[in-house]
Write a protein of this length. Structure first.
Length: 377
């Protein structure tokens, strides 16, 4: 929660759900603004807060506090009531009237203990009050309580916002799913295959090369469209994969054909798993294409298979080291990577997990070995 002065004016990006640090850890780094027109009071209170590791900002007037807060936004404000020119009530009134600062908890520091003053301050939006002279134990206890409450409310707002965003994304996925993106792409591919089968193209190699590139681009677009939709479904928890016995050898051969610039050695033994046919085909194609993209042209990609503990472990081995961003996608919580280079490995991991499997990597200074586990049929 504490922010360095150099970057205080720049709002921190909203954290991903599940990626926020624990609340108690954030509380230990809170920043408190102390507003009092008496320097001795500020010094005493700032010393108390510094003992507990809080970051402290100070203002010697209400006007100065209103100038500081937009630039160095505190997590809580300790606000003296009795100040010249602009008292604490007016400062609190202005803070609560501004949506940008209305949620910052304010605790009044006051020598006035009349019921009317206390009630008036609370009605303005203050969360609590502490009477002067300040008792350190009481001040720290109330400060911790309201920092914790503010942190919990901020977490709740983020979660509510994420729920709303997820609902909107789910609607978008459902809307996209109503349009069969594969149908028009399949028509393009079919038309391209018919043209490529025309014997007259043998006399026009340049035209044949152009059609071949168009055919490859259409297949690539079909794979990407399918992958994007499935990733959204998996991330939103609405993917319902099938589970049927699948003989993988022919499927692996089709996936290997996508790595056109590399010979692919397939496992000799028959492999049958319990999985979803479409998701498996997408998974294998992306693993093959990713391997081809990160190993020298002409070198072999080797697929192996071993049955152990009711699961098939498919290994994919090739020359070269797995990029660090892709390796990170296979470790820790699954998070969509910021860059496109790591997306294939992130997608492969999710496609494996949603089918009850797992994907991991072993690499050294020369080779990469991916291990894909899927339930055996």
């Amino acid at each position: 929660m504490r922010r360095a002065a150099a970057s205080a004016a720049t709002p921190a990006p909203a954290p991903l759900i599940g990626m926020e640090r624990p609340l108690e850890e954030r509380l230990r780094e809170a920043t408190v603004l102390v507003v009092d027109d008496i320097a001795t009071n500020i010094k005493v209170i700032a010393g108390m807060l510094a003992e507990d590791g809080y970051g402290v900002k100070v203002a010697i007037s209400g006007k100065k506090a209103l100038e500081i807060i937009p630039v160095h936004r505190p997590d809580l404000i300790l606000l003296d009531i009795m100040m010249p020119e602009m008292d604490g009530f007016e400062v609190c009134r202005r803070l609560k009237a501004d949506p940008a600062t209305a949620d910052i908890p304010v605790i009044f520091l006051t020598a006035k203990d009349q019921t009317g003053d206390i009630v008036g301050g609370l009605e303005l939006g203050a969360v609590d009050y502490v009477t002067k002279p300040v008792d350190p134990a009481i001040l720290k206890a109330r400060l911790r309580t309201h920092l914790r409450l503010a942190g919990m409310m901020a977490d709740l707002k983020r979660q509510n916002s994420a729920v709303a965003d997820n609902a909107q994304l789910r609607e978008e996925v459902e809307r996209l799913s109503r349009y069969d993106l594969s149908a028009p792409l399949a028509e393009v591919i079919a038309a391209g295959e018919q043209l490529l089968a025309d014997p007259a193209l043998t006399a026009a190699p340049a035209r044949r090369d152009t059609l071949q590139r168009l055919d490859e681009a259409a297949h690539r677009a079909l794979r990407l469209a399918s992958l994007s939709l499935e990733l959204c479904r998996i991330e939103q928890g609405v993917c319902q994969p099938g589970s049927e016995p699948l003989a993988l050898n022919a499927m692996l051969a089709r996936a290997a054909a996508t790595a056109r610039t590399h010979p692919v050695m397939l496992p000799p033994a028959p492999v049958t798993v319990l999985a979803d046919r479409t998701l498996c085909q997408t998974l294998f194609e992306h693993l093959a294409l990713n391997a081809a993209a990160h190993t020298p042209a002409g070198t072999s990609i080797v697929l192996g298979a071993a049955l152990e503990d009711g699961c098939w472990t498919l290994s994919l081995e090739y020359a070269g080291v797995l990029p660090a961003a892709q390796r990170a996608c296979l470790q820790g919580p699954a998070q969509r990577p910021a860059g496109d280079n790591a997306l294939p490995m992130y997608a492969a991991r999710l496609l494996a997990q949603v089918q009850g499997g797992a994907l991991s990597a072993q690499d050294d200074s020369a080779r990469t070995r991916l291990l894909l586990r899927l339930p055996a049929a």
